[in-house]
Structures are given as structure tokens and as C-alpha cells.
Design a protein around this ligand. Structure first.
Ligand SMILES: NC(=O)c1ccc[n+]([C@@H]2O[C@H](COP(=O)([O-])OP(=O)(O)OC[C@H]3O[C@@H](n4cnc5c(N)ncnc54)[C@H](O)[C@@H]3O)[C@@H](O)[C@H]2O)c1
Length: 203
């Protein structure tokens, strides 16, 4: 295998498409799907690729630092694509701490595990953090966000994603960990968790 990539949240909506894309497009890459299988994770999303030789599933909670470290030490990944998150805005209003654990502490656990596995030798390594445009707050009827827009999260969900973005950026500045950070807007399509399509405010 020429490269090993850990994709977190690969059993979820967007993650399942990313896992399938990488598994099919890069047969010489080993793709590790790290997912806790919360209510939002569904391995049925990946039935068509589950037996392919370059695909591995690891059930793990990113809040569990020991388990995350174990997986990084086992696979020694070249890259991380981090999609695992509590992603449902309404749930964040009911239970903000769950979002702090997974989105903030879970992200820091992954950053630490990557830093540890890469031993400060970052040649050819990359940590890709998937975030949301909700960190910029609410857009009016017109206008757009850019990377220069000040952060202004309005929900516990977006606050937790904003905090995770800051940690990723800080690991880049402090430890020179190579990262990419993207802040996409709403996605729709196959494998979308059914209840999320009920309301326009869900992310
Ligand atoms: N869906 C959107 O429109 C949208 C828009 C912008 C940004 N995003 C971001 O994209 C990413 C993926 O979003 P999605 O809609 O596919 O999410 P999703 O809720 O469908 O999937 C999340 C996945 O993460 C897993 N997960 C949750 N907590 C975990 C934990 N503690 N440890 C390990 N795995 C855990 C779940 O089991 C699930 O498979 C998220 O980071 C989200 O913030 C999504």
C-alpha cells in the first residue's frame, strides 16, 4: 500500500461518500474508517466496498485518547481526513457537552495522536479537518462568507466546531503540523440521516 489514510466519521453521511471515493479511486491506498457508530453512523452506507482489500473499519470513539493513539500507532497513517462529529444543531441545544466532548476533545485527541505518530517529521503528512460555514454565523439574504470572515458561532454546535478549528490552526502554528481546514455549507444527498432533512436548520 502506497499510503495509509485514516478517515474519521466514515459511516456517516458525508464520510461514507469520502470513504467510498478513496477506496475506489486509490486501490493502492489503505483506507481506515474510524467511527464510533453513533445514531448517525450506518455501515450499510458502505456495504458495496466493505470486502475490498484496501478498506478497514475500526470502531472507536475519538473521545477515548488511548484508543485513538492505539489506532494511529497500529496503522502509522500518512494522512487524516477528520469528519467525525456531533453534527445535529438541535441536539447541540439539548446537550451541548456531548458536542464539546466529540467535536473539541475528540479533535484534540486526533491532533495529539497524529503528532505522536508522526514524531514531528511531517514530510508527506497532512491533517484535513472538515468544518462548517456555521462558524461564521448567519448569512443574510445576500452576501457570502470568505476565509477572512470573523468567527461568530451562534449555536453550541457551531461553537464546538469553531473551537475545533482553532485547535487545528494552533497545532499548525505551534507544532508545524500540516493541516487543511475547510468550512463548507450544507450538503444534501444519498445517505443523509433521515431526520436531518426535515428542517432547514440542521447541519
Ligand atoms: N452535513 C452537512 O451539511 C455539513 C455541512 C458542513 C459541515 N459538515 C461537517 O462535515 C462532517 C460530517 O458531517 P455529516 O453530516 O456527514 O455528519 P453525520 O452526523 O452524518 O456523521 C457523523 C459520523 O461521525 C461519527 N461519530 C460521531 N461521534 C463520534 C465519536 N465520538 N467518535 C467517532 N465517531 C463519531 C458518527 O457515528 C457518524 O458516522 C462533520 O464534521 C460536520 O460538522 C457537515
Amino acid at each position: 500500500m502506497s499510503k495509509t489514510i485514516i478517515i474519521t466519521g466514515g459511516a456517516g453521511f458525508i464520510g461514507s461518500h469520502v470513504v467510498r471515493l478513496f477506496v475506489n479511486k486509490y486501490p493502492d491506498y489503505k483506507i481506515i474508517n474510524l467511527d464510533a457508530l453513533t445514531y448517525a453512523g450506518n455501515l450499510e452506507n458502505l456495504k458495496d466496498i466493505e470486502d475490498l482489500p484496501n478498506y478497514v473499519f475500526e470502531k472507536a470513539d475519538i473521545v477515548d485518547a488511548n484508543r485513538v493513539n492505539e489506532i494511529f500507532q497500529k496503522y502509522q497513517p500518512d494522512g487524516v481526513i477528520h469528519l467525525a462529529a456531533e453534527s445535529h444543531v438541535d441536539r447541540s441545544i439539548l446537550s451541548p457537552l456531548d458536542f464539546v466532548y466529540t467535536n473539541v476533545i475528540g479533535t484534540v485527541n486526533l491532533l495529539n495522536a497524529a503528532k505522536e505518530a508522526w514524531k514531528n517529521d511531517f514530510e508527506g503528512k497532512r491533517f484535513y479537518h472538515i468544518s462548517t460555514d456555521e462558524v461564521y454565523g448567519a448569512l443574510g439574504a445576500e452576501g457570502l462568507f470568505t476565509e477572512e470572515t470573523p468567527y461568530s458561532p451562534n449555536s453550541p454546535y457551531s461553537a464546538s466546531k469553531a473551537a475545533s478549528d482553532h485547535f487545528v490552526r494552533a497545532y499548525g502554528e505551534t507544532y508545524h503540523l500540516p493541516f487543511v481546514l475547510s468550512n463548507c455549507s450544507n450538503n444534501y444527498g444519498p445517505n443523509h440521516f433521515p431526520r436531518k432533512t426535515d428542517s432547514a436548520i440542521y447541519q
